[in-house]
Design a protein around this ligand. Structure first.
Ligand code: GLV
Ligand code: MN
Ligand code: MN
Length: 512
């Protein structure tokens, strides 16, 4: 090669042609670089991704609840990482180091979201954003949120190692959102709503149980914590082409169908309420039953009322001509939950003075959800009147049902299908004729991002549909399938084809 290049009698364009042909002949080798020896990048997309999931799963706040609960676990494997907690700051540092390892430029925005981006030179196209959340619920599993972040980082690392990152036709960015669960402030989507630019200024004044406001916690972590600073986290719709999220299914459908991956058609809407009941605090041994104003029994009655309302809505509500609600179809996905109930002063020999509890109502049909919310709020006031206690109902959060973009969904479906057929020989995955299409009862950052751009989601099978529990489990091979589907998706939608020897010849011939 060196001798050929140094031959003084050849025309310079011939040398250029030979060099170009040599480099071009290497590209298919780089393109098919086999990490893991089987062409499916197993070492990164499965082994390293699973190791990282376990590492992130260990970054947790301590289990303070153990002090109060009957020591049902010794705290081993406990995971709690709420918005901007010290554990979440530790997680941010680790995620940044993984993003750098994947060849991405990183930064933290004013709402604590972590960004890792590859910006191709001279690209004027809109970015492809891929993300999920790094916060968790209390006593969480290690896959909810983290799976989507780490799969995305691993997919970009594969693209870096195969030389494809350099051939991206548009900016590609991974975002680890700081808050989706809304556990700390009951608001949900603090991170993704900041990027979508839909956070109201009033969010800064919302406080957690200890009275710390969003503004306090931002300041404590050296963010500016002003409305103007939050505005800096917002992306302009023109700069973003689409948002894609990989997430564990959190339901049993894929397992029942024996499929590792599915695509999402839409996400249920949700409303969160807080019900506060004030009664008369008193002595458990001296206040006669008929003289009590006990907020605890009022709360118990209301929890049961909510259950009946959502199990048998037609018992309370009739079919509404105008909204067309309460047909069997429109009731799909209607679920109601009381997940947190607090009593004051919480002592066995004291009639409580106050009880408050959370309500979470979800449905695919927004009108159904809104009607249930209104009906429940009315029933709360009626029951509280009957029991002579004072009640208020506060709306903490509401998000409409969100459809996923049809084109993105079919691109994800194609990527999943080609992944599963290439993996059939390697794993127990079936050859995928048709990738299942699911509705999501769980909320996702994609709901907030849909206010900014079109969204698509890929679901990953989990064991027995369990989530929001330390029992969450996803097969290592399914983690691998998800990562590979993401590689295929980006490859098919944002990577320029490799220059072949033929195109290189044509390019040089055209130049000389
Ligand atoms: C988030 O996981 C939610 O659906 O509440
Ligand atoms: Mn989640
Ligand atoms: Mn969750």
């Amino acid at each position: 090669m060196a001798a050929l290049l140094s031959c003084p009698r050849r025309h310079p364009s011939v040398h250029l042609l030979i060099l170009t042909l040599f480099i071009a002949s290497l590209l298919p080798i780089l393109d098919g670089l086999e990490l893991g020896g089987d062409g499916l990048y197993r070492e990164i997309l499965r082994d390293e991704t699973v190791l990282r999931l376990k590492e992130l799963g260990k970054l947790s706040s301590p289990n303070t609840a153990l002090l109060y609960v009957n020591q049902i676990s010794d705290g081993e494997g406990y995971l709690e990482r709420t918005f901007l907690s010290p554990a979440s700051i530790r997680a941010s540092h680790v995620i940044i180091s993984w993003m750098k390892d994947a060849g991405l430029t990183t930064w933290i925005d004013q709402m604590g979201n972590i960004h890792g981006r590859f910006e191709p030179t001279n690209s004027t196209k809109e970015a492809l954003l891929i993300g999920s959340h790094m916060d968790t619920v209390i006593d969480a599993g290690m896959y909810d949120g983290s799976l989507g972040i780490i799969c995305a980082i691993s997919a970009l690392k594969v693209l870096k190692l195969t030389g494809k990152l350099q051939r991206l036709t548009r900016p590609v960015e991974v975002i680890a959102f700081s808050d989706e669960e809304g556990v700390r402030f009951q608001t949900t989507f603090l991170g993704s709503a900041a990027v979508a630019g839909t956070l109201p200024e009033s969010i800064l004044r919302v406080s957690d149980k200890s009275g710390t406001t969003v503004q306090d916690v931002l300041k404590l972590n050296s963010f500016e914590a002003t409305a103007a600073a939050l505005g800096q986290a917002k992306y302009s719709p023109e700069s973003v082409g689409s948002y894609v999220e990989v997430h564990m299914e959190q339901g049993p459908v894929l397992e029942a169908l024996r499929y590792p991956l599915g695509v999402v058609k839409g996400i249920a809407g949700q409303t969160r309420l807080k019900v506060i009941i004030n009664g008369s605090q008193g002595h458990a041994g001296t206040v006669p039953m008929k003289l009590r104003r006990d907020p605890m029994v009022a709360a118990a009655e209301l929890v049961l009322t909510l259950e009946t309302l959502c199990k048998q809505p037609n018992k309370f509500l009739t079919y509404d001509e105008e909204c067309g609600c309460f047909t069997e179809e429109s009731l799909a996905g209607l679920v109601c939950t009381v997940g947190e109930l607090l009593t004051w002063p919480s002592a066995s020999n004291v009639i409580p003075g106050q009880v408050n509890f959370t309500v979470d109502i979800r449905a695919m049909d927004d009108k159904v959800r809104e009607t249930i919310v209104t009906s429940f709020s009315r029933l709360v006031l009626q029951r509280c009147d009957d029991r002579l206690v004072d009640c208020t109902v506060e709306k903490k959060h509401a998000a409409s049902a969100t459809p996923c973009d049809a084109e993105l969904t079919s691109q994800l479906e194609r990527a999943a299908r080609s992944t599963l057929s290439s993996m059939t020989t390697m794993t127990s995955s079936p050859a995928a004729a048709a990738v299942p299409v699911l509705m999501s009862g769980a909320g996702h950052d994609a709901m907030a991002m849909a206010r900014l751009t079109k969204v698509g989601m890929l679901f990953v099978r989990c064991r027995r549909g369990v989530s929001h529990s330390p029992e969450e489990s996803v097969l290592d091979d399914d983690v691998w399938a998800a990562g590979l589907a993401l590689v295929n998706f980006v490859d098919q939608n944002a990577v320029a084809p490799a220059t072949t020897p033929e195109t290189a010849t044509a390019e040089v011939a055209a130049e000389s």
